[in-house]
Design a protein around this ligand. Structure first.
Ligand code: S3P
Length: 173
């Protein structure tokens, strides 16, 4: 059960559908929506890519951890996270303290198709983005699994179907 004070936290790789599912969940539940990428972006007045290029990944990761600390006050809410949030064990601890953690997943083909729609992922600005994606996935998959209460394959689902499936699996009426 999701207690009334508990948030729903979405984790998963880039392209797993976290932002779209978050919007659908917020619409369906009436809970406020927070997105760690947006919080960090607002804090610096820069896009995520600009932060990576101008300030570096470490600065982005520090701000991401700061954003999570602030979100403890926001519960209950829908919380969408960036794909790298699970890289720091302290983040995972905070995520699990915020509420129920849902890992959104998709097959490699689907992830790459979704990611390729927008060139806004700084980590994939490489000579071979697909190979980079596969390598990052291999490294991160165990981290998403370990952090999650629930895992859901979004490859063949619409945004609303993903939201429905999440609410059902968390037994939210
Ligand atoms: C990142 C994912 C991005 C964003 C940043 C780093 C990652 O968020 O936080 O580009 O390390 O996987 P999305 O998962 O929303 O694309």
């Amino acid at each position: 059960m999701t207690g009334r004070s508990q948030s729903i936290v979405l984790i998963g790789f880039m392209g797993a559908g976290k932002s779209s599912a978050g919007k659908a969940l917020a619409r369906q539940t009436g809970l406020p929506l927070f997105d760690t990428d947006e919080i960090v972006s607002k804090r610096f007045g820069l896009s995520v890519t600009e932060i990576f290029v101008q300030l570096g990944e470490e600065e982005f990761r520090d701000a991401e951890t700061e954003a999570l600390k602030q979100l403890a006050e926001a519960a209950p809410a829908i919380i969408v996270t960036g794909g790298g949030i699970v890289l720091r064990p302290e983040n995972v601890k905070m995520l699990r303290g915020l509420g129920r953690v849902v890992s959104l997943e998709a097959d490699e083909e689907t992830l790459f198709r979704r990611i390729s729609r927008r060139a806004t992922r700084p980590l994939l600005q490489t000579k071979n983005p697909r190979a980079t994606m596969v390598e990052l996935l291999r490294l991160r998959d165990p981290l998403y699994r370990a952090a999650a209460d629930v895992r859901l394959d979004t490859s063949r689902l619409t945004h609303d179907e993903v939201a429905d499936a999440i609410l059902k699996s968390l037994e939210v009426p």
